[in-house]
Design a protein around this ligand. Structure first.
Ligand code: ZN
Length: 451
């Protein structure tokens, strides 16, 4: 537990330090924004390339061809706008504007994709947006308008980078690939930067630290600790980044905290906290957290895609037999204890859900009344009945693919594992293989309606 808190704190500190390093270098004109961006991207490419190569997540030759051109473009846009903004903005103000822009970019994409936040979430969002408008509105202590605009662009680029990577099968190595793909553009930028202004040694050191430590290693730590956090906790913890940035910037950079920044920060962060804690919880950094969890699991030596692929194949088999396409696999370490699919129709049994059948078979095979230490892979978010059975059988971890907004009881509906009456809550990892499961369910119910 202390290790988790420590690593989470370290990751947040790294993200906040990114802003402080950039401001320290650019605010004091130790080097220009082009040079800082170039050196940061190069240092990040070397660090992430080494991490991926040494961990054998991909071969050395592969690294430059990983990721996509769009993701690399979004990363480049984020990094360049970020540096340009920090010529004009303080570290505390910049970190807050960046954070808010990323969140609103994600939320906007979610709304377009059909997310429907609840009343409480809307309230949180409206309050946060109102306070943000107050923060940047003209006045005595208003932030530089061009700097603010550049930071909003940077935040939107980062949101795009995260969303573009969501459907990827190997996102962690893709992140390294995106940095490496930026290298030629970073070199061009570096030449421009050198012509413009010769950087000071301190400026170069700050840019390298920003790329190698607070970007490269910061992400690695964050991905390592994320699977230990619930999605909501992961989202809430990120609210601390602008606060930490401001807390460092005051003594280190001598920045003043204006009443406007203080009041707006409290209201914005409070509003976003309400929005992501809301009953629907379909918004914002939730998505970022889920994406990062997927990244981590894809980079594992035995990625959970293998059992999940088996469960997806069973779901396909269910559909071929006229059953709703859901499959489930119970694993004990590397061993498959049971693999089942929906059989409600075949057995004339409304309780014959895939995961319930799989858990029963696994218990029979083990000859015990418990599944402690076992993991359940299921292609659809479990319903209230199955969630109850999961708690009773003391399953260690539940991986599920698609969310079920209608009948799900884990991250939707009654959220059984979060109830005080629930005596055992497994670790939950959602979204693994979600796209394939969603497509199957959609096709099945479309066919059903057509008759
Ligand atoms: Zn069920």
């Amino acid at each position: 537990m202390i290790r988790i808190i420590g690593l989470t704190g370290l990751a947040m500190l790294a993200f906040a330090a990114n802003s402080v390093l950039a401001r320290q270098a650019l605010g004091a004109a130790q080097l220009d924004a082009a040079g800082f961006t170039a050196i940061r991207l190069l240092a990040g490419a070397v660090t992430l390339g080494l991490l991926v190569g040494l961990s054998r997540a991909a071969s050395w030759r592969q690294i430059a061809s990983l990721g996509s051109a769009q993701q690399a473009a979004a990363l480049f846009g984020y990094a360049l706008a970020f540096s340009l903004a920090y010529v004009l903005l303080g570290a505390g103000m910049g970190a807050l504007v960046l954070f808010v822009s990323v969140q609103f970019g994600m939320i906007a994409r979610g709304l377009i994709a059909g997310d429907r936040p609840g009343a409480l979430e809307w309230l949180g969002l409206v309050v946060a947006l109102g306070a943000f408008v107050y923060l940047i509105s003209p006045g005595l202590s208003a932030p530089d308008p061009l700097g603010t605009l550049l930071m909003v662009v940077s935040g939107l680029c980062w949101a795009a980078y995260s969303l573009l990577g969501r459907g990827s099968t190997r996102p962690l190595t893709d992140a390294a690939g995106s940095f490496v793909r930026c290298v030629p553009f970073a070199l061009i930028l570096l030449i421009f930067g050198l012509v413009w202004q010769l950087p000071s040694p301190l400026g170069v050191a700050l840019a390298i630290a920003s790329g190698a430590i607070t970007s490269g290693l910061g992400y690695a730590i964050w991905y390592a600790v994320l699977p230990q956090l619930t999605r909501t906790r992961a989202a809430v913890v990120q609210l601390s980044v602008p606060v930490i940035a401001a807390a460092i910037a005051v003594p280190v950079l001598g920045e003043a905290v204006t009443p406007r920044l203080l009041i707006a920060s409290i209201i914005i962060l409070g509003g976003i906290a309400i929005a992501i804690q809301g009953p629907g919880a379909a918004v914002s950094c939730d998505r970022l957290a889920r994406f990062a969890i997927e990244q981590y699991h894809h980079a594992m030596p035995h990625p959970p895609m293998t059992p999940m692929n088996r469960a997806l194949a069973l779901a396909e088999e269910a559909a071929a037999n006229g059953e709703a396409p859901v499959g489930a696999v119970v694993m004990e370490g590397e061993t498959v204890l049971a693999a089942e699919r929906n059989r409600m129709k075949a057995l004339n049994d409304p309780t014959a859900h895939a995961e319930l059948l799989a858990m029963r078979a696994a218990l029979a095979k083990r000859g015990t009344g418990r599944l402690d230490g076992c993991d359940l892979y299921v292609t659809l978010e479990p319903c209230a009945m199955c969630a109850g059975a999961i708690a009773h059988s003391r399953v260690r971890r539940v991986y599920f693919a698609a969310e079920d907004t209608k009948a799900g009881a884990v991250e939707n509906g009654v959220r059984l594992f979060e109830q005080p009456s629930c005596h055992h809550a497994p670790e939950i990892i959602g979204g693994i293989g979600a796209a394939r499961s969603e497509a199957m369910l959609k096709a099945f119910f479309q066919d059903l309606r057509r008759g």
